[in-house]
Design a protein around this ligand. Structure first.
Ligand code: UN1
Length: 488
């Protein structure tokens, strides 16, 4: 393959093991621009199995002294790393845009979000360390204290190449664990940027180790004797496999997996607001978020008006080079994903879906135009591939329903249960939704995506397994508790 002329590499892809950047010993790897696959952004070699072992040995060797460091001292390192990311947000955000394909402003926003996550966990030393209970016996108190688990394997997806690693690594570290981190093979550059920030901030050797390579490295993790827990975000297929492997050897696994999130627009909704939020939920970041809206449930009485509003908004939604500030949406992460989505759309049409909206997009490459599919009402439409399978793309599948009960029934008709956006002005409908819908995150009158660092994040059904991520919930996963019956 010929390389674009005049381009210089942004970095060498290296492993970070025991506080040193080292060359990989396995096959050559590189990372390329999503817009111009001839442009290599960075290249190097993948980690060998032996290097994965070295990473685990380093993490084991570092764990005692790291856990012994006062939490405030650990927090100071996270805070310094956050400042480094803020300082480099423009550059790293631009690189994120080139490597992953979300828009430049989304890329910068994501780097800042990673910084925010680090700052949030840096303050953990200022929060409660555990809890104290009354005892039914005189002269006794009961304490619940938290200790680190040990060495955490962190396995992350391509779609948030710095924010998701940050929201796993920051709590792992602040609670006193050490980490071996394997990012998605499509986004090694941004993974290196996060590690670089923490290394720059003075993280002691061995506390965080980075190994680069394909999915098989993740399986190597699962077999490593020193692995104490795994936090994974990615597909339900891989997540379930990791959960089973973890259960077989008795270690905790936290898995954030697929989504097929619905937006429900009821008859009394503010349609202007709802159409704006559904647009963002379905098409931001090219729909490549596990929280993206991919199912749209419309009350029959407002369906035509709503779809007309959504189409009008989409008419000004520009798909193209994500570096261009006038562009709203870039390509998918790679041509293979785009081919699979095109195939999924064809299959859905073969099963009775009709195309309501097919936007404009550059031809070729991994671009997928924003697409709205109408599915037949009732159970027939809900058997369609486009209703059941996660496409991870800017494709929205619509069903019409009559009334709230039918809308909730359609929303529940999915194996997934991550996020749901409900559009209504009626408080009792909101209360009913909160009671009846099986989702980890419920948005009322806002888009289905988004996750603030101080709040629990995670899904129900096939979307999630194990304790939730982020906020105070993270402690549940990253520590083991001891119940202390204490008498003086
Ligand atoms: C968001 O909605 O902003 O993989 C975050 C994902 C999720 C993160 C979503 N774990 O898309």
């Amino acid at each position: 393959m010929t390389l674009s002329p005049g381009t210089t590499l942004l970095a060498t892809l290296d492993q970070y093991i025991n506080g040193q950047w080292v060359s990989g010993e396995a096959d050559p790897i590189d990372t390329r621009s999503v817009i111009d696959p001839n442009r290599v952004l960075a290249s190097g070699n993948a980690a060998s199995v032996k290097q994965v072992d070295q990473a685990f040995q380093a993490a084991v060797a570092a764990k005692k002294s790291w856990a012994a460091l006062p939490m405030a001292a650990r927090g100071a390192i996270l805070l310094k790393a956050a400042a480094y990311l803020k300082k480099h947000a423009q550059d790293f955000g631009e690189q994120l845009c080139t490597e992953e394909g979300k828009t430049r402003s989304e890329g910068i926003g994501e780097v800042l979000r990673a910084a925010q996550v680090l700052s949030y966990y840096a303050a953990e030393a200022e929060r409660a360390a555990g809890s104290v209970f009354h005892s039914p016996r005189a002269g006794e108190q009961i304490l619940v204290t938290h200790k680190p688990l040990g060495v955490i394997g962190v396995i992350t997806p391509f779609n948030f190449p710095i924010a998701i690693p940050a929201w796993k690594i920051a709590p792992a570290l602040i609670f006193g664990n050490t980490v071996v981190f394997k990012p998605a093979s499509a986004v090694p550059l941004l993974a290196m940027r996060l590690v670089q920030a923490l290394a720059h901030a003075g993280l002691p050797a061995g506390v965080l180790n980075l190994v680069l390579g394909g999915g098989a490295l993740g399986d190597t993790f699962m077999e490593h004797e020193h692995l104490d827990a795994v936090s994974f975000t990615g597909s339900t297929r891989v997540g379930r496999r990791l959960c089973a492997a973890g259960a077989a050897r008795g270690i905790p696994v936290q898995a954030e997996m697929g989504g097929k999130n619905a937006s429900v627009v009821l008859a009394d909704a503010d349609l202007e607001l709802a159409s704006e939020q559904v647009l963002l939920g379905a098409f931001s970041s090219s729909g490549q978020k596990c929280t993206a809206t991919s199912r749209l449930i419309l009350d029959d009485t407002i369906a035509d008006e709503f779809l007309a509003k959504l189409a009008t908004r989409l008419d000004t939604w520009v798909t193209g080079d994500p570096h261009d500030p006038s562009v709203n949406m870039g390509p998918l992460v790679d041509v293979r994903s785009a081919a699979s989505v095109r195939n999924g759309i064809d299959q859905a049409i073969g099963q009775g879906a009709t195309v309501f909206y097919a936007g404009a997009a550059p031809t070729g490459g991994s671009f997928i135009a924003p697409t709205i599919l109408l599915l037949p009402a009732g159970a027939a439409g809900r058997q369609n591939t486009a209703w059941r399978d996660e496409f991870f793309a800017p494709v929205l599948s619509v069903v019409r329903v009559r009334g709230t009960a039918e809308a909730f029934e359609a929303a529940e008709d999915s194996e997934f249960g991550l996020s749901l956006a409900l559009f209504t002005r009626d408080l009792s409908t909101v209360v009913a939704a909160q009671q009846e819908l099986t989702v980890g995150i419920l948005h009322v009158n806002s888009e289905s995506s988004g996750a603030d660092p101080h709040l629990p994040f995670g899904g129900a059904k096939a979307s999630g397994y194990g304790p939730k991520e982020q906020g105070a919930a993270a402690r549940e996963f990253y520590t083991q508790s001891t119940t202390v019956y204490l008498r003086g």
